[in-house]
Ligand binder design. Structure first.
Ligand code: ANZ
Ligand code: ZN
Length: 885
């Protein structure tokens, strides 16, 4: 996921781009043609706000930030395809975003509609929900945000809801996407199977005919327990009544700002709702009161709820808050053939029963039916009685509101004409560029500069030529990021967003890495736009995996910072207030006390932020990368504690010393060299040969000439190669790679160089180590690699005079047979009641997979013992012998 150029690179960025760089380098070393691009999500509010505060053009601010962050990204040792770089605020890029908008428009998927939006009266703009705080105030101006009806642009994402939901199954396969993200997407799409039921409305003592009210319910089996109907604030009946009922219109005004879990209610006077089933069954009490309640969402279902306080928690709370004393009926019971109790306020039993079960025995006709069955029967009965009742599907997903009354975004390429209506800007006139405004223009400005720029607005209708006005809204920045990954494949294409052949070849993105905060919106919008693009004539070559853009997704965890606070009052302490001379025993300077230490989300107010640039300057990029990966699995929260980095620094320098010591044993070497006493010429020949062929594997002869201890070392090395390879390519368990490589370093280091063959092994093992280290610590590995080969004689060295890069050497391959080839035998002793019965030799079981002793015994050792002669004699079941592992 590309960065937002907010100013400086933070540890969260460093983490995600390290993971990405490591995996890209690994794939390249394995011969893949890797596209590892980076660009800038450059439109958006922070830039515009900086402009308003400082009187600097948002573009200037953005470009400065990009320059600064680019330097920081380069310092971290990443290898990026800078030739594919772009920024979304570049007219060449947003021309394509405008094209996508027009394609959507042409397909009937972009439309304008009145909608209730968050409006900031001070800044005079619409805000996204995320920009309104818990108290309903604007995050920027602090003003109380108003809900107003405004005409806005929407994209019909709902037209794609079924594939958006159903294709998640693809992404579930072998853990391609994290379960958590899949669950969040499912929930956001919110497909809900239920029933639509129609309630007639009676105006008591009046002849007014009210339209009936439809409700959506997932629990139609509870219809016998309906005690009221609740309507949303914007329900048509409520809207109509509010014009003549002042108390109601006051209630609506005050209730608009109440939270969704509010229990407020307004009882509509003189009207009741008729429960359709009670009517069919001729049960008494078939008219229920009608409330207006803010807990009913205006844009879900039909904006009306059948209130069942006996079986729904919200309805129960609402009833108790609004209706004094009345008992609550229950109509569904857990066990067939029982009768549900009444709930009396104030008693301990007064809580709703939420589970499905059986209709209570006291209900005529339906008593004893299982919940699901009851729903089917109910619908049949109601339909037969001529009532409206049907099973329906409801979705939580709403169409995507993309218009913003802001300057710093992609202008919506539409022209409004008095006679032709909204007309698309012709392709030849794209991009519709933002007006070029001076820095001072922005200072302290409120509202939308586009709407206030008469020159920019004024244009001609492309259809009839009469004077017309440009659309002054710009697009939500999520629109830019919903398709940018296509652009990396073809960053310079001007006549189309990307050439289809190239897109088909490159898509889908094999591995997408980013924060879990994008689990819903960004990933859903990207899936939507990809599906849309896959569904149109832009891609004559057909489908792109049904348009699923991201084959595999890794969501990296957050980075938390070490936070010190006063143990008495919890006040966060500034760095200068804490004495960290001994990092493991911090002291509050003023009092000499020990501060409370915790890890929290980094923020200015907690003084726990860390500048990755400082860490890199102090310890180097490689150590910073390795430390970051080593401290936590990629998806977990990372508690950043710089003091532990010293272990990693020591390890990396040990890798270099290991390379040097091995390399110097090869000196002096020249055309006329004499081999050192412990190295024979054939070893060198072999090395040269192996280097040339990039194999670097010792021959079977060499291995068999080894001392058994050295053979074990070689097996372990191969086990580590296998484990590291799996971690890089399958489990993305980058932290265990580092612990594996640390183990490997120590193994090589601790092996006595007892023979030329052992030296050879150490040399080769180190070359494996460096190649496996390269994706994580590229500079150290490259340095080690150069040192390792520095003293190979020219005649024995590789053909080119230049030392090749470790990245050209390929990734070591685990020889999965080597272990079994060389696996030592172990002696098993079998004893009963401390008396030795027999001994037998078996092959030592593999130990790559951590297993408990009993597991190993049951799965590997016993079968082998059973196959031996003594095993058969002593343990065969037919001999009736009893034994336990
Ligand atoms: C009666 C009932 C009885 C309900 C019961 C639930 C339990 P999901 O699963 O999210 O689709 N509902 C319907 N429209 C609503 C709206 N506009 N605002 C708030 N709530 C609404 O939820 C469906 C349930 O949410 C519906 O089923 C309805 O309450 C409520 F024992 O109807 B139920
Ligand atoms: Zn016109």
């Amino acid at each position: 996921m590309f960065p937002y150029p907010s100013g400086t690179l933070h540890l969260g960025h460093l983490r995600v781009y390290t993971i990405s760089d490591v995996l890209a380098r690994f794939k390249r070393m394995n011969g893949y043609d890797v596209i590892h691009p980076i660009g800038w999500d450059a439109f958006g509010l922070p830039a515009e706000n900086a402009a308003l505060e400082r009187g600097v053009h948002p573009e200037k601010w953005t470009l400065q930030n990009i320059e600064a962050m680019k330097k920081q990204i380069e310092v971290m040792g990443g290898r990026w395809d800078w030739d594919r770089e772009f920024r979304t605020c570049d007219p060449e890029f947003y021309k394509q975003t405008q094209r996508i908008f027009l394609m959507l428009h042409k397909a009937g998927l972009a439309y304008q509609a009145e909608s209730l939006v968050n409006y900031d009266p001070v800044d005079k703009t619409v805000l996204a929900n995320e920009q309104v705080d818990a108290n309903g105030c604007s995050w920027r101006s602090g003003a109380q945000v108003q809900k107003v009806m405004l005409r806005q642009w929407f994209l019909k994402i709902k037209d794609f809801q079924v594939p958006l939901l159903e294709d998640l199954v693809e992404l579930e396969k072998d853990g391609r996407w994290p379960e958590r993200v899949l669950a969040m997407q499912k929930n956001w799409l919110g497909r809900s199977y239920g029933t639509k039921l129609r309630f007639d409305i009676k105006g008591a003592g009046s002849s007014i005919q009210y339209d009936p009210v439809d409700v959506f319910t997932t629990r139609a089996d509870t219809i016998f327990g309906v005690q009221y109907i609740a309507l949303a604030l914007n329900h048509p009946i409520v809207q109509a009544l509010s014009t003549e009922n002042e108390a109601l219109s006051d209630f609506i005004t005050s209730a608009k700002d109440l939270p969704a879990d509010s229990k407020a209610g307004f009882l509509l006077p003189n009207v009741t709702a008729v429960n359709p089933i009670n009517n069919v069954l001729r049960r008494p009490g078939n008219e229920v009161p009608i409330f207006v309640a803010p807990y009913v969402l205006g844009d879900y279902g039909s904006g009306a709820v059948m209130g069942v306080p006996g079986h729904d928690a919200r309805d129960h709370a609402f009833w108790r808050a609004n209706v004094a004393g009345k008992p609550i009926e229950q109509v569904v019971v857990p066990d067939q053939g029982t009768k549900a109790p009444l709930l009396i306020a104030g008693t301990p039993e007064d809580s709703p029963s939420l589970e499905r079960g059986f209709v209570s025995d006291h209900i005529p006709l339906f008593g004893g039916l299982k919940s699901d069955k009851a729903v089917g029967e109910l619908v049949k009965h109601l339909q037969r009685a001529g009532k409206v009742a049907e099973e329906t599907v409801n979705w939580r997903l709403r169409d995507w509101l993309i218009s913003r009354q802001r300057y710093w975004g992609t202008p919506i390429p539409i022209i409004h004409c008095h006679s032709c209506g909204p007309v698309p800007v012709p392709d030849s006139d794209l991009p519709v560029k933002l007006p070029d405004l001076p820095d001072e223009y922005f200072k302290g400005k409120t509202g939308n500069p586009l709407a206030e720029d008469p020159e920019w607005k004024k244009t001609k209708c492309p259809e009839c030529g009469s004077p017309a006005e440009r659309e002054t809204d710009t697009m939500d920045t999520f629109m830019d990021s919903s398709w940018y990954f296509f652009r990396y494949l073809d960053p310079n294409s001007s006549d189309m967003i990307v050439r289809p052949g190239i897109a088909n070849k490159g898509m889908p993105v094999d591995l997408y890495i980013g924060g879990v905060e994008h689990a819903i919106l960004h990933l859903l919008y990207s899936r939507f736009i990809s599906k849309f693009l896959a569904s149109t004539e832009v891609w004559p070559e057909g489908h792109l995996c049904k348009g699923e853009p991201f084959h595999r997704l890794i969501t990296q965890g957050m980075v938390h910072g070490k936070t010190y606070c006063d143990p008495h009052n919890g006040r966060f302490l500034r760095p200068e207030e804490v004495d960290l001379t001994n990092p493991s025993a911090p002291v509050i300077k003023a009092t000499g006390e020990t501060p409370k230490v915790s890890y929290e989300k980094m923020s200015k107010s907690k003084y726990n932020g860390v500048d990755p640039g400082v860490t890199i300057a102090r310890y180097g990029a490689d150590a910073t990368r390795a430390h970051m990966l080593f401290q936590a699995p990629v998806s977990d929260v990372l508690e950043w504690d710089e003091s532990k980095i010293t272990g990693v620094v020591r390890w990396l320098s040990r890798v270099i010393r290991l390379s040097s010591s091995l390399s110097s044993s090869l000196t002096p070497m020249s055309a006329s060299f004499t081999p050192p006493p412990d190295i024979d010429i054939s070893t060198l020949e072999l090395l040269k040969h192996l280097h040339e062929h990039g194999v670097l594997e010792p021959s079977k002869d060499l291995i068999s000439s080894l001392h058994p201890d050295e053979q074990v070392l070689w097996i372990k090395i191969h086990e580590i190669i296998a484990s590291v390879t799996t971690s890089y390519s399958e489990t993305y368990s980058l932290n265990t790679i580092i612990s594996d490589l640390m183990t490997m370093t120590n193994l090589i280091w601790d092996t006595e160089r007892s023979s030329p063959a052992a030296f050879h092994l150490k040399y080769l093992a180190t070359s494996h180590l460096l190649r496996m280290l390269a994706p994580i610590a590229p500079a150290v590995a490259e340095e080690g690699w150069e040192i390792l080969q520095r003293h190979l004689p020219t005649s024995h060295s590789l053909s080119s005079s230049k030392t090749p890069s470790v990245f050209d050497a390929g990734f070591p391959r685990a020889d999965r047979d080597i272990a079994s080839l060389l696996r030592p035998r172990i002696t098993c002793v079998f004893q009963v009641d401390s008396k030795i019965k027999f001994r037998t030799d078996i092959e030592q079981p593999e130990s790559t997979i951590p297993a408990t002793r009993t597991d190993l015994l049951a799965s590997k050792i016993l079968p082998e013992i059973l196959a031996t002669e003594s095993g058969k004699e002593w343990l065969a079941p037919e001999k009736g012998k009893v034994w336990r592992a």
